[in-house]
Design a protein around this ligand. Sequence first.
Ligand code: GAL
Length: 397
Amino acid sequence: MNVRLKLNVNLIAALVFALSSCNTASKKENPETTASNSPTETQAVGLPAKEDFQSTIAGKKTDLYLLKNKNNVQAAITNYGGRLVSLLVPDKAGKVMDVIVGFDQIQPFTEGGDTYFGASVGRYGNRIAKGKFTLAGKTYTLATNDGPNHLHGGKVGFSRVVWEANQSNDSTLVLTYLSKDGEEGYPGNLNTKVTYTLTSANELKIDYEATTDKKTVLNLTNHAYFNLNGAGNGDILNHALQINADSYTPVDSTLIPTGKIEQLAGTPLDFKNPTAIGARIGASHQQLKYGKGYDHNYVLATQKSAALKPAATVVGDKSGIVLEVLTQEPGLQFYSGNFMAAKNKIKGGKQDEYRSAFCLETQHFPDSPNQKNFPSTSLSPGQTYKTTSVYKFSVKK
Ligand code: GAL
């Protein structure tokens, strides 16, 4: 190659690079999706780019849907798995934080593993012992995808399918999914609807609805991983947590409830008063050993309640961001990110470090189809399953 030709090749390469970085920059700086409401803000946190979620999976289009309210709170949800991808809320200094841990593009969401980041989980959130249950005299066998047990609806569940999306305004996204009779081993065609609404009171409301044509079981929940100091900003051990529960459902070594409902008072699992998540997480208690930390269903009520009730409050120690969880569900799974192991690259080029997020999954109790004393999770034709949970944000100065 003569010198002039080599120079030209280098020039072309440099131009191509400059153009491509220009392209990336303009894509990432979409003003529609970048939140910046504080003059003192140094690093604006934006929503992921819509383009990074536009794909076709199993013949269905995926996308990223954006909700916003007048307070500049913004949410991003993908119809892949009905997943909450980002939630931008201001901290005590007015700086915008993304409090949802997860990926900022679709590809890693589609890969295997145990990441339920932000997912709409179904048909049955949490575990069913040995993947078996009996309903109307018939025994059903489900996938055992968590040691000997069935977890979060199976190998694919609702978190790895494409939902139909319908967004008619800035505040509401309706997702629907038809889970066919026999899918993942469950009986009945289940028509499922999940509606995300971002209210002007800084609440993300999730309404679940379902009907079936054959008696079935279901337990729908959302599996958002929260870090109230901002995704990727350290662990959640100094977040203060309060849960409105006096009792819980203790588990065996495979995290299946023993069937007993036990009092929390006097145990390191009691969060009746606000307590740092990390304050007692290493305490010598059999349940904390089984859970490798907190991974337990808290009993909020003995049945689903007609009204929304406050279930838990969490405060980010650095941000002052307050999350209140309200629900009609009788249970709340508190999971302290014990299986997070920096195996995944998350938003902002960070890793999903050990205990760098917590989940508060509103739900019926685990393994209810096999537990006579737990509130029922069955649904019959002619009935409509309906339940609402709310994640509400504010700040504590
Ligand atoms: C939680 C569950 C944990 C773990 C996690 C996903 O809902 O309680 O045990 O499976 O999901 O890694």
